[in-house]
Design a protein around this ligand. Structure first.
Ligand code: AMP
Ligand code: ZN
Length: 128
């Protein structure tokens, strides 16, 4: 794994707007933007603005941040049109995948913690 720091991290640069991205959500702590190579009709990446390399390098003090990041997933899914809907007859429609790739064997390409939110009507052209 290459050494990644805040100075040469592409997602830190996206968070600080040094590199443009298609932002779908932003608050003080988090940014969500469209994946440049979407695997499905909805494919966004949710990142903390704080640089954390991987899920495996998170510490106890990151628990609130991780909780808030996860809480954003269903909220953004609904805003982006792929939220899970329970109908009056009990049936479900919509829904999405959430993915956190970690390390070389986990297929992680960018070493700044991110959640993939992948959804939308099937078929999807890319399967993660
Ligand atoms: P991962 O394999 O989980 O590290 O995924 C990294 C993701 O970041 C891939 O799906 C890439 O398509 C996406 N990506 C890389 N660079 C950019 C960028 N500049 N803007 C948006 N998405 C990007
Ligand atoms: Zn970073």
């Amino acid at each position: 794994m290459n050494e990644v720091s805040v100075d040469n991290c592409i997602f830190c640069k996206i968070a600080s707007k040094q590199i443009p991205s298609s932002v779908v959500y932003e608050d003080e702590e988090f940014l969500a933007f469209k994946d440049i190579h979407p695997a499905a009709p909805v494919h966004v990446l949710i990142i903390p603005k704080l640089h954390i390399d991987t899920l495996s390098t998170t510490q106890v003090e990151h628990i609130p941040l991780l909780g808030k990041m996860l809480e954003l997933v269903p909220k953004l899914a609904h805003e982006l049109g792929c939220g899970l809907v329970r109908h009056s007859d009990g049936s479900l429609t919509g829904g999405y995948k959430t993915l956190i790739n970690t390390g070389p064997d986990g297929g992680q390409e960018v070493y700044h913690l991110h959640i993939h939110l992948i959804g939308g009507p099937k078929p999807w052209h890319g399967q993660r």
